[in-house]
Design a binder for this molecule. Structure first.
Ligand code: HPA
Length: 272
């Protein structure tokens, strides 16, 4: 069996083969990575054909964060006579868990190796932009990496001009023209930002702050997949309202918005 840290792409390939074996589906078309609070949004997709622990696939370890499930589901989503094999990763690995960047992007790499040409990354985040409200989904237009950590190794000079695909963003806006688009900043965490850091990030042009998504977007794009990012604002960022931040509040805001998020995802899948 390949070693995730010595051969991350080979390990993703092995995990993709095991996925095909478990599900009996030679390939998947789309992957949805479900962030904190997004997990019950998958109810809108109906009943999965398969569900199993992510640790059944090579290279994955059990999640360490409450609300990050560590479960894989496979769905067959049909619309207008067309059917898509949709892979759903309930939960993800974050940089702050200390498992390394290879573990952070192993899920999306596995999905792309399994055939997924579309990668949908969801997350919970703090709203830096004062116009945003808790419970509001925002389409990611672009990002700023405050970690500077890349999943790419070597002279892999990937262009990121259209990282968050304009085609996919436009397609989502056709479903809901009221959706805002914003710039997401990747913060390593696990501590939330200070109010001074949030002011700095706003000055830099950020609208949203969270601890995920950016490395996965880069890894997926570099393998040729088209990326869509949707953030759910679960709290006002530090200092915006003066309220303290808590993981419980983040999870509760996610749960409250799950119905709307699920509907949105279902509509997006119907358009793919
Ligand atoms: N900051 C960073 N990550 C987050 C936040 C936040 O305010 N809310 C949810 N994830």
């Amino acid at each position: 069996m390949a070693d995730l840290y010595k051969d991350p792409i080979g390990t993703a390939q092995e995990a993709a083969q095991k996925l095909a074996q478990i599900t009996g589906k030679p390939s998947h078309d789309v992957v949805l990575v479900m962030g904190s609070g997004w997990i019950s949004a998958t109810d809108a997709l109906g009943k999965p054909t398969h569900e199993f622990a992510i640790t059944d696939l090579p290279g994955f370890s059990a999640p360490t964060v409450t609300g990050h499930g560590g479960v894989v589901r496979s769905y067959e989503v049909t619309h207008d006579g067309k059917s898509l094999n949709v892979l759903v990763l309930l939960g993800r690995t974050h940089l702050y868990e200390g498992k390394g960047i290879e573990a952070v992007v192993h899920g999306v790499r596995t999905a792309v190796k399994a055939g997924c040409k579309t990668v949908v990354l969801t997350n919970a985040c703090g709203g830096i932009n004062r116009d945003y409200r808790v419970g509001q989904p925002v389409i990611i237009r672009d990002h700023i990496s405050m970690t500077g950590v890349s999943p790419l190794i070597g002279a892999d000079f990937v262009d990121l001009t259209d990282l968050y695909s304009k085609r996919l963003r436009d397609l989502v806006k056709k479903e809901d023209s009221t959706l805002a688009e914003g710039v997401y900043v990747h913060w390593r965490g696990p501590a939330y930002e200070t109010p001074a850091e949030i002011n700095m990030l706003r000055t830099l042009g950020a609208d949203l702050v969270g601890m995920s998504t950016v490395p996965e977007a880069i890894a997926a794009h570099s393998l040729g997949a088209e990326v869509l990012g949707i953030s759910l604002v679960t709290n006002a960022a530090a200092g915006v309202t003066g309220e303290k931040l808590s993981h419980t509040e983040v999870m509760e805001a996610g749960a409250a918005a799950a119905g709307r998020m699920g509907e949105l995802l279902r509509k997006v899948l119907n358009r793919l």
